[in-house]
Write a protein that binds this ligand. Structure first.
Ligand code: SAH
Length: 396
């Protein structure tokens, strides 16, 4: 069946020709091709205001980003294109990692906008974050089975992005029997991650290279992991030789897995878990006179939308300052942010401001971003979202 055409306003193809994939609803020539004539997730040929084809996109008349290109050529999103793109993505990950634990598909950056696939060995966790990807779910599942022969595929379609796309939230088994917990290995350390009810896909592969930094800093040290989730940083710190590790999180089930994960790695005795609001817990630790040599602060996104920037920056400032107060005479602070609306310069300024407040000297000694299984699309700044700094903080 032939695809309908979606006409852009004058000059609105420029950003797309420059590599970008998104079309905003105000960029469409609604008089010629009314958005409301498209069904949610329908594919279309995008054309310039004089009718020249730009590429194929899927359309969502209900979303501010009303269409996303799946390529600049003529290919439409079907099983054959999916198999091709999956193989291209797989080739990169297989070259990067020696074990099958990674983000296999990172949406726009892997030219599959709105699709996320995390691989845990034989088990796959998928997020269909847009109407276009939701409409292609059968082809996606078939293509994944063909390329990877997995034991199971779970659709974690419960991200907040789905609301913007007029989609229901759901968690659905698409293939096989996804286990409750899945094993993975990261930086040589074993973990169990919860597939059905964990955060996002169950595990944050994005911080892998920044977690590896810990090897150089933690041997024999006392470590605090704030917003630990299931112990990504904290359990690795213990496995890398920390004398003692404290993990802080508000989720009881996350901390239960911190305990399990530290036991799996034979470091259970060095682990202490504290359940509670991180802001309160850090205050109490200070009052109790606790001190740490290395502190990790890797919070959830405090800035979800642009309008939350001021409030979010304030939260990052308060938590980083509270953490710095718990460092001894000399200590190391690993500060991360996954808010795409927080600029790296802003996080640097937060660290600077907090250290001045405490009359300490702060030196940034490492800077990181998300791992290479989350490639950056050069035209889409939102795809570069993780910031991470390792700093030494001391009294001069
Ligand atoms: N650092 C983790 C990822 C953190 S995800 C890793 O490397 O895997 C964010 C975590 O913060 C979640 O586990 C969530 O339960 C927790 N959280 C959210 N708000 C919190 C708060 N106010 N106090 C303590 N923990 C909080």
């Amino acid at each position: 069946m032939e695809l309908k055409r979606l006409r852009l306003g004058r000059n609105e193809e420029r950003r797309l020709r420059g590599g970008h994939l998104w079309i905003y609803s105000n960029e469409v020539d609604n008089a010629v091709t009314p958005l409301k004539s498209f069904t949610q997730g329908e594919q279309a040929i995008v054309e310039t205001h004089v009718g020249k084809a730009v590429g194929v996109a899927y359309v969502n008349p209900h979303s501010l980003i009303c269409a996303r290109l799946i390529g600049h050529g003529e290919q439409r999103l079907d099983k054959s294109l999916l198999v091709h793109r999956l193989n291209q993505a797989l080739a990169l990950r297989e070259a990067l990692f020696d074990a099958p634990f990674y983000r296999l598909i990172f949406g726009e950056s892997d030219l599959l906008p709105g699709l996320v696939v995390d691989r845990f060995g034989d088990h796959l966790v998928v997020q269909l974050n847009t109407a276009g990807m939701d409409a292609a779910r059968e082809a996606i599942v078939e293509a994944l089975i063909q390329v990877l022969e997995p034991a199971s595929i779970l659709l974690r379609n419960d991200s907040s992005m789905r609301r913007l796309e007029n989609l229901q939230k759901e968690v659905v088994v698409a293939y096989g029997r996804p286990p409750e917990h899945v094993e993975l290995i990261e930086n040589g350390v074993k973990f169990l991650a919860p597939l059905h009810d964990g955060q996002k896909t169950g595990w944050f592969y994005d911080q892998r290279p920044n977690r590896a930094w810990l090897k150089k800093y933690v041997a024999g040290k006392r470590v605090l992991d704030v917003f630990s989730y299931i112990g990504g940083f904290g359990v690795q710190a213990a496995a890398f030789g920390a004398r003692e590790v404290w993990c802080v999180d508000s989720s009881e089930s996350a901390l239960a897995l911190v305990r399990k994960n530290s036991e799996c790695n034979g470091v259970g005795e060095r682990m202490t878990c504290v359940e509670g609001d991180a802001f309160d817990v850090l205050k109490t630790l200070k009052e109790d006179g606790e001190r740490f040599d290395v502190i990790i602060v890797d919070p959830p996104a405090f800035i979800k939308r642009k309008k939350d920037v001021a409030e979010g920056i304030n939260a990052y400032r308060r938590i980083n300052e509270a953490a710095m107060r718990l460092l001894g005479q000399e200590g190391f602070l690993l500060s991360g942010s996954c808010s795409m609306h927080l600029q790296r310069e802003e996080l640097i300024d937060i660290l600077r401001g907090a250290s001045r407040q405490l009359e300490r000297h702060l030196q940034i000694i490492e800077e990181g971003m998300q791992g290479p299984d989350h490639p950056v699309h050069p035209a889409i700044p939102e795809t570069r979202y993780i910031k991470a700094f390792m700093s030494r903080v001391y009294s001069p």
